[in-house]
Design a protein around this ligand. Structure first.
Ligand code: HEM
Ligand code: HEM
Length: 380
C-alpha cells in the first residue's frame, strides 16, 4: 500500500509541464481548491437549512445569527461561489486563448464544458434557496423564460417548478439539485484531471518551435506557484467575508418574499449578468432564447469549429478575436446592471453578435467555401 502511494506520488510530482507555463496555468488547481471549499461550507449550511417556503429564509438568518461563525460560513459560501465562477471564466479563457482544446484534447474540453454547464445549474439552484425577494423574482423570470422555449419549454418548466407557479416544490427540488449536482460535478472534475494527466498540457508558446518542446517536472517550481495562488485567493475571500460580507449579496436578499410586490431592480448574480442582459434586450422572444442557448453551448463546440483548417487571416486574428470576445462578454455583464435604454439595447445586441461571431463565423465561412467548391468544381 505504502509502495503504491509512493509510486502515485512520484508520478504526480514528475508530471511534465511546459517550461513557459505562466500564472494562468495555476487557475485549474485553485479551481479544485475553491470547489472543495464550497462543498465543505455547503454541507455545513445544509445541516441547518429547512427547504420549505415558510422556514427557508428564517433558517438561513437563524444560522447566520445563532450559530458560532454561521455568518462566516455563509459569507464564505457566497464569496466562494463568485470566486469559483471568476476562476472558471479565466480558466476557459486561457484554454481558448492557447488553443488547449486542439488535437487529441477534445474529450478533455468536453468534460470541461459539462462541468461549466453543471456549474451554472448549481449556481442557479443555489440562488433559489435563500427564498428572499431577489431569489423568488429571479426564479419567476428564469422559469418564464424556460416556458417560452419552443416544444420542450412547458414540460421543462413544470419539471423544474413541480407545479404551475414557483412554490414549495420548486424550493425542495432546487435544494435536492443543489446538494446532488456538486457531487456529480466532482466526478467530472476527477475525469477531467485524469485526462489532463494523460494528455499533458499545451505550451503557451506552442507556435514557436523548438521552445514549445521544453518541459519540466511540476515539482517544485510549479507546485509552489499553485500554493501561492491558493493562499492569495483564500486571503482575498477571507478579507471580503470579514470586512464586507455583504459585498456580493444583493440587498433584496435580506427581504423575505412578498408574492404581490415585484421589486423594480431585480438583478441576477454578477456571473449570470451577461445572460440576464440578453434576456433584457431581446425579451422572451425566440431571438433571445436562441442567443442564450447559443452562448451556453458555444464553449462546447469551439474545438470542432477551430480544429479544422481555417483561412490564414482568421488564424492570424485568433488571439485578438478571443480577447475582444471576452471583453464583449464583460460589457454584456456590465449592461445587465444598467438601466434599459435604446443605446444599451443596441450595444448589447452588438456584443451578442460579436460573441456569436467568434464561435460561428468560421462555421459560416467554411460552409460558404464548401458551397462554392460544390458549384465551381465540376463532378467527374
Ligand atoms: C471546477 C472546474 C475545473 C477544474 C477543477 C479544472 C482543473 C484543471 C486543472 C488542474 C488543469 C491543469 C492545470 C491548468 O491548466 O490550469 C486543467 C486543465 C485544463 N482544463 Fe480544466 N478544470 C475545470 C474546468 C474546466 C472547464 C470549464 C474547461 C473548459 C470548458 C476546462 C478545460 C481545460 C483544458 C482544455 C485544460 C488543459 C490545459 C492545457 O492543455 O494547457 N476546465 N483543468
Ligand atoms: C460548487 C459548489 C457550490 C456552489 C457554486 C454553490 C453556490 C451557492 C449559491 C450561489 C448559493 C446562494 C447563496 C445566497 O444567495 O444566499 C448557495 C446556497 C446554498 N448552498 Fe450552495 N453551492 C455549492 C455547493 C453546495 C453543497 C455541496 C451544498 C450542500 C450539500 C450546498 C448547500 C447550500 C445551502 C443549504 C444554501 C442555502 C443557504 C443560503 O442561501 O445562504 N451548496 N450555494
Amino acid at each position: 500500500m505504502i509502495g503504491t502511494n509512493k509510486t502515485v506520488m512520484n508520478r504526480l510530482l514528475k508530471f511534465q509541464i511546459p517550461k513557459h507555463a505562466n500564472w494562468l496555468y495555476t487557475i485549474g488547481f485553485s479551481l479544485a481548491f475553491v470547489f472543495i471549499l464550497q462543498i465543505v461550507s455547503g454541507i455545513s449550511m445544509a445541516i441547518h437549512y429547512k427547504p420549505s417556503t415558510r422556514l427557508a429564509f428564517l433558517s438561513i438568518h437563524r444560522t447566520d445569527r445563532l450559530f458560532r461563525y454561521g455568518w462566516l460560513v455563509r459569507s464564505l459560501h457566497v464569496c466562494g461561489s463568485s470566486a469559483l465562477h471568476l476562476l472558471l471564466y479565466l480558466h476557459i479563457f486561457k484554454g481558448i486563448y492557447y488553443k488547449a482544446y486542439s488535437g487529441s484534447k477534445k474529450t478533455l474540453w468536453l468534460t470541461g464544458s459539462i462541468i461549466h454547464l453543471i456549474m451554472i445549474l448549481i449556481g442557479f439552484s443555489g440562488s433559489v434557496l435563500s427564498w428572499s425577494q431577489i431569489s423568488y423574482w429571479v426564479t419567476v423570470i428564469v422559469t418564464n423564460f424556460i416556458d417560452s422555449i419552443p416544444i420542450i419549454g412547458k414540460f421543462l418548466r413544470s419539471i423544474l417548478l413541480g407545479g404551475h407557479t414557483v412554490c414549495d416544490s420548486t424550493l425542495r427540488r432546487s435544494f435536492v439539485c443543489h446538494c446532488i449536482l456538486p457531487f456529480i460535478c466532482l466526478i467530472f472534475i476527477i475525469i477531467h484531471l485524469l485526462l489532463v494527466h494523460i494528455k499533458g498540457q499545451t505550451s503557451p508558446v506552442a507556435n514557436r518551435l523548438p521552445i514549445s518542446r521544453s518541459f519540466e517536472d511540476v515539482y517544485p517550481n510549479f507546485v509552489v506557484k499553485d500554493i501561492i495562488v491558493c493562499i492569495v485567493i483564500m486571503f482575498v475571500i477571507y478579507v471580503l467575508c470579514l470586512i464586507c460580507p455583504n459585498i456580493i449579496l444583493n440587498k433584496l436578499g435580506y427581504i423575505p418574499v412578498d408574492y404581490y410586490t415585484t421589486p423594480t431592480d431585480v438583478e441576477s448574480e454578477w456571473y449570470f449578468l451577461p445572460y440576464y442582459s440578453v434576456l433584457k434586450t431581446f425579451g422572451l422572444k425566440i431571438t433571445g432564447i436562441i442567443s442564450i442557448i447559443a452562448i451556453l453551448s458555444s464553449v462546447a463546440v469551439i474545438p470542432y469549429i477551430y480544429n479544422t483548417k481555417l483561412s490564414n487571416t482568421l488564424t492570424g486574428m485568433y488571439r485578438l478575436h478571443t480577447i475582444t470576445t471576452f471583453i464583449s462578454l464583460i460589457l454584456l455583464g456590465l449592461m445587465g446592471k444598467c438601466k434599459y435604454t435604446k443605446f444599451i439595447s443596441k450595444l448589447s445586441k452588438a456584443c451578442v453578435l460579436w460573441y456569436l461571431g467568434f464561435v460561428f463565423l468560421p462555421l459560416i465561412i467554411k460552409s460558404f467555401c464548401y458551397l462554392i467548391s460544390l458549384i465551381l468544381i465540376p463532378k467527374c
